[in-house]
Design a protein around this ligand. Sequence first.
Ligand code: EPZ
Length: 430
Amino acid sequence: MPDHPAEPRLLVRGGPELRGQVSVSGAKNSALKLMAASLLASGVSVLHNVPDIQDVGTMKEVLEHLGAVVQFSDATLTVDTRAVRSHVAPYELVQRMRASIQIMGPLVARFGHARVAMPGGCNLGPRKIDIHLRGLTDMGAVVDSEHGFVEVSAKKLKGASVFLDYPSVGATENLLMAAVLADGVTVLENAAREPEIVDLCKFLMSMGAEIEGAGSSTIRVTGVEEMVSAEHTVLGDRIEAGTFLIAGALTGGEVEVNGIHPHVLELFLSKLRSAGVQVQEGTRSIKASGDPRTYRAVDVATLPFPGFPTDLQAQMMTLLSVADGVSLVTENVFEQRFGFVDELIRLGADIRVDGNHAVVTGGRALTGAIVRCPDLRAGAALALAGLVAEGCTELREIHHIDRGYERFEEKLRSLGADIERSVVEDGGLV
Ligand code: EPZ
């Protein structure tokens, strides 16, 4: 019995140099949290520059499940929360998208109660929420876990000093959204500093929140009585930008991404430069170009912002697979984020993994093959490899890519890539 006989696949033919300009969409990892934050007020919030991706569709379903009315067209999304009655995030939706748990903070803060299915692990390894729950407990909430659900309740959250064991993005966001309606002052120490956190704080402040220190590791929130609905434009997606910059560099072309501030990718850009890629920074744009025959090995270690983003680790490993020399890639954020390495090896890369280290021996010519996308960023990295592999690369399980990249192959094609989405009868490549 053939597997997934008619599932859509991406066919990528290596060769063309990518050239031109591409605009990034709004950031997935901000838009999802802004949608959850709209629950903090009763009214209609309006979000612009929202990417048309599957995860936004799933968060829309989560909000509708709670009773909100959500409309989405032409990158503008409105959330009407006046009829929100339920405080439950069901198993099906949380399993489909872990970020569904970001409704926990807003629901407890506004309604005093949230019941969220426990998110399991994923292809990136165990995804605990202990830091989220400990912070809420510090703010006076009662947390119960039973039957696969976490139940969080509090008559009124209280401001507290919360020290995060690890600068978790999700925990910082959930606790920020909880603290804006708490009684008194909350100080989050060792908070995450990602640009998406700053974007969330901007939206919360436009809803009436009092926040100091957004983007630093100490965030101070003075609780307010009430939040009001507001309007906001989502910041550009830095991970999408990094993906397209590597596409240009990898193919020996020249790609300019628009709609992104270079400072949100500083360390990534410096690693590209160290590898021999030409990088030019504009006010709201970045250009990458170069000759892959001159690229050289660099060591990369992922860390929370402003460190090297873990969401660009796989794409960078593709570049290092063709660069001359031996690179060491260390994954410090997720325990199991080398799941795609075997697929890259199928395309001819030479990589040895030992725990959270991967030794990449570059200078290899890649050849097209059938590969499976284990997760979102790995899928993008395998598509990038297909752009320089000899012959055709067939990507399967591309639903992972659709979760987080808007019009992925269309944008690559607009830069000259030979890539198409097609339903291939089983048996795969001819
Ligand atoms: C966000 O995930 C992003 N997802 C991830 O992007 C990104 O990789 C990650 O931040 C790091 O930058 C969204 O924004 C939807 P964390 P999140 O909490 O919030 C551990 C992509 O490809 N941890 O900072 O889940 C955890 O297990 C996705 O777009 C605890 O131990 O990341 C992980 O190892 C993938 N306890 C590490 O911290 C906790 O309570 C980082 O997690 C929370 C986290």
